[in-house]
Design a protein around this ligand. Structure first.
Ligand code: F58
Length: 836
């Protein structure tokens, strides 16, 4: 607006200095060397790759900071409605390459770095992944930040700055998973900006006393106070100035207070309190799809939501509007139930601090929050024991009880005398102890609830939240199918393919990367033989790149003339890595029985697995152990090793995914129907021209709708059959020998010790023999048949490459730009802000 007064000094001097950072190669080398000399205090003559990475990162960061400041200024001036994405996980991976791409400075930096004696590849390779997440949910949050900035939307993320991210996975020679800490901050993190000036006090424990003055107010006092300190991470948009913010909170003891709060002279207790404050943000919980009632986890959730809400409120208050207008300026997306305490926390602030009446406060709350559900698996639905909440957050428990009372009164009014319904819908589950059902609280406290793929959103409505759909009306419940950012998951991880696309479409990547449906223009090229050859050549070189990576990191030699078959995701029974490894054993046994003549017709296959198991998930760890030991036997068998080999790549990460995904011919997404909410790696493989072998589940279904069913390999029972099959398993069990002889044979070989340590695998095999909750025995035959169809299809390379091109061409829908725009338009009601 130009109305600002320059605080001091000569305006012209300020303005002359406040140029954008220069981005020609000589300015880049100058800035690089400057950072070597000053920020890093190092001598140029002995600068190593790590130092070069740090200098490059600091230099790129200067560019980001200028844009980031201008974006913040723009948002402050215009005060548009903003959205906040609250996620306990942000699985960001590496930043430098992404920042260079989004700034459009890749080539300049590569040249600059080369002039100084380094290669960009080596420099990029120095960066550690920021792995502040478990899997899909955390990576989705990262893709959504990239898309928000790229779409110029005023969206900030809020999360925790864990000192240790997801554990590092080591695999012992026996195939056991071992966990080591991930000290990702050890070499300093150039991408974060400590904001020691931005901090809030967060209270735990203490007492809550109702005022009983005719208002709903209460006083919450005593207990422990902890400081939340902000660290800001810049999130650059692609080819735009817009650079948003991801604010991560670190916990710190509130000095001076702890000492007073304990009996005078009780020094040890005071120190312990400081330690317990710092412990809150020390480690990411490595559990995937289980909710453990751990006090520290609950502390993390409250610490983060309280600090984020305080920060959001402070920013809102700066624009000078009435508190009742809060939902006109703020939308808050709850990424799963982890931030659900934000609902009672905002109620607490509005009632106890802003002195609003209950109805006014509840109206503000229910117009502010939006809740995304990521799973319908019962064991993943968060519940917190009432005694724990009462101890840690006494005021919040009161508020939850009040919300529940009023809610159940309204249910009773609509369904008089329906006691079963009241018990089903209560926020409090009866039992010993009683528990608070967080998904129900998130649902009734939000304006909209959504699932993450069509099928999943239907399941949310018909299973876990059925009663709520009936009560509140179906229009509150929606779907936003997940998406992935094509910047990281095509341009960055597959630069050759990206270049081919730009060349062929004669469209700059600055355009098609932000309008991904343009890929459809590739469709006619399926008929162009020269194009197909180029396409196939790129896949081949990506396979060689992966083989090279495995050779240098693990010392293993991989046959790059084979079909690459990949399953990479968290280890979980519902994802059925076990089905895959049993399928591999079946293939091995089949090969062993073949004549030399028959073998000549077989196309070689290399099977890759990667993924982490939750440290306490015994069955998942056994699956890893089985995979590693099957690999040991199969890869050493001279009869078959040219036709079948198998690798478990340790320590799966975003960066490893970036090498694996472009190299895959076929990838497996084989969850029991109805269990995988969406999946997002399925989209990444297909975008890179890998075909999909999967069940009729999650986003697989929508992918098939886009690319055509003839271009995916589907197998297995459908969701509606699952319940009945499980019933049959329990009440009319049929021995596996009878039901599925092929599977029985495979299980017997494992039990018989073909892969060593027979007894070790019994608990894993018994999950199939007894109960078989995930229906491996029901789907095994059709799985094997689907694998055979993949083999068959791969023999016709021309047709296969056509399928591959078609698949990429039809992936436009799955850009996270589309998904984030759906949230922005249909839910948050926010608009793009151009930063000039
Ligand atoms: C995943 N959930 C879904 N949860 O499983 C996957 O289908 C979906 O594509 C993805 O979300 C994005 O919507 C998931 O990753 C977790 O990792 C949680 C971590 C914290 C504890 C509960 C599970």
């Amino acid at each position: 607006s130009g109305k600002e007064k320059w605080p001091r000094g000569e305006e012209k001097v300020w303005k002359d200095c406040m140029r954008d950072v220069d981005t020609d190669v000589s300015s880049i080398t100058k800035s690089f060397v400057n950072h070597v000399q000053t920020s890093l205090a190092r001598q140029p003559y002995n600068l190593d790759n790590l130092g070069a990475y740090q200098a490059a990162a600091l230099s790129v960061r200067d560019n980001l900071l200028v844009n980031w400041n201008e974006t913040a200024l723009q948002y402050t001036r215009k005060a548009p409605k903003r959205a906040y994405y609250l996620s306990l996980e942000f699985l960001m991976g590496r930043t430098l390459d992404n920042a260079l791409l989004n700034l459009g400075l890749k080539d300049q930096y590569a040249e600059g770095v080369k002039k100084l004696g380094f290669t960009m590849e080596d420099v990029l390779d120095q960066e550690r992944d920021a792995a502040l997440g478990n899997g899909g949910l955390g990576r989705l949050a990262a893709c959504y930040l990239d898309s928000s900035a790229s779409q110029e939307l005023p969206v900030w993320g809020y999360g925790l700055r864990y000192k240790y991210g997801i554990f590092q996975q080591l695999i012992s020679p026996a195939g056991e998973q071992l966990e080591a800490p991930d000290p990702w901050l050890d070499n300093q993190n150039p991408w974060e900006l400590p904001r020691l000036d931005v901090s809030y006090e967060v209270r735990f424990y203490g007492h809550a006393e109702r005022m009983n003055d005719g208002t709903p107010r209460a006083m919450w006092t005593g207990g422990q106070e902890v400081l939340a300190v902000a660290y800001d991470v810049m999130i650059p948009g692609c080819y735009t100035k817009t650079t948003n913010n991801l604010r991560l909170w670190e916990s710190k003891p509130k000095r001076g207070f702890d000492l007073n709060s304990f009996n005078a002279g009780n020094y040890e207790a005071a120190v312990e309190a400081s330690n317990s404050a710092a412990a809150i943000t020390s480690v990411l919980y490595p559990n995937d799809h289980t909710s453990f009632g751990k006090e520290l986890r609950l502390k993390q959730q409250y610490f983060w939501t309280a600090a984020s809400l305080a920060d959001i409120l402070r920013r809102f208050k700066n624009i000078g509007k009435s508190i009742t207008e809060f939902p006109d300026y703020v939308a808050i997306q709850l990424n799963d139930t982890h931030p659900t305490l934000a609902i009672p926390e905002l109620m607490r602030i509005l009632i106890d601090e802003e002195d609003l009446d209950w109805a006014t406060a509840w109206k503000i709350v229910t117009n502010t929050f939006f809740y995304t559900n990521h799973t319908v698996l019962p064991e993943a639905l968060e519940k917190w024991p009432v005694p724990l909440l009462e101890h840690l957050l006494p005021r919040h428990l009161q508020i939850i009880y009040d919300i529940n009372l009023l809610f159940l009164q309204s249910v009773e009014k609509k369904y008089p005398g329906d006691r079963d319904r009241l018990a089903r819908m209560s926020l409090i589950e009866e039992g010993f102890p009683k528990q608070v059902r967080m998904a129900y609280l998130a649902c009734i406290g939000s304006r909209k609830v959504n699932g993450v793929a069509e099928l999943h959103s239907e399941l949310v409505k018909t299973t876990i939240l059925k009663d709520f759909v009936e009560f509140e009306g179906v229009s509150k419940f929606g779907n936003v199918t997940n998406g992935i950012t094509p910047r990281r998951w095509l341009d960055q991880c597959n630069p050759e393919l990206s270049a081919l696309i730009s060349r062929t479409l004669k469209v700059d990547k600055a355009v098609w990367l932000k309008e991904l449906t343009l890929l459809e223009k590739l469709l006619p090229l399926t008929e162009d033989a020269a194009f197909r050859t180029e396409w196939a050549g790129i896949k081949q070189r990506n396979k060689e790149r992966l083989a090279h990576h495995v050779q240098t990191t693990l010392g293993l030699t991989i046959n790059t003339n084979a079909m690459f078959d990949v399953q990479i995701k968290r280890l979980h029974e519902y994802k059925r890595q076990t089905l895959n490894i049993l399928g591999v054993i079946h293939r091995y046994l089949t090969l062993k029985n073949m004549s030399a003549e028959e073998k000549k017709k077989v196309n070689p296959r290399v099977v890759f697995f990667a993924g982490k198991a939750a440290p306490a998930y015994y069955i998942a760890k056994l699956t890893i152990r089985l995979i590693v030991n099957v690999a040991r036997i199969i890869n050493a068998d001279p009869d078959t090793k040219d036709l079948l080999s198998l690798y478990f790549l340790p320590d799966y990460s975003v960066s490893l995914a970036e090498v694996l995904i472009p190299a895959s011919d076929i990838s497996q997404h084989i969850s029991t129907a109805g269990t995988e909410a969406s999946g997002t790696s399925n989209m990444k493989f297909c975008l890179n021209g890998g075909l999909l072998l999967g069940t009729v589940d999650g986003a697989n279904i929508e992918i098939a709708e886009e690319v055509g069913e003839s271009n995916v390999f589907f197998f297995g029972h459908l969701t509606p059959a699952v319940e009945d099959l499980r019933y049959q398993h329990t009440y009319h069990p049929v021995p596996i020998e009878e039901k599925c002889p092929a599977l029985a044979n495979v299980l017997n070989q494992v039990s018989g010790g073909l892969f060593g340590d027979a007894h070790v695998y019994e608990p894993l095999l018994n999950t199939i023999r007894q109960g078989d909750y995930y229906l491996l025995s029901d789907d095994f035959d059709s799985y094997i048949a689907a694998l055979a169809m993949v083999d068959e299809a791969y023999l016709d390379q021309t047709e296969w490459v056509k399928k591959s091109i078609r698949t990429t061409a039809k992936m436009g829908k799955f850009s996270s730009d589309r998904a984030i725009n759906e949230y922005a338009e249909s839910y948050w009601n926010i608009e793009a802000q151009r930063v000039v």
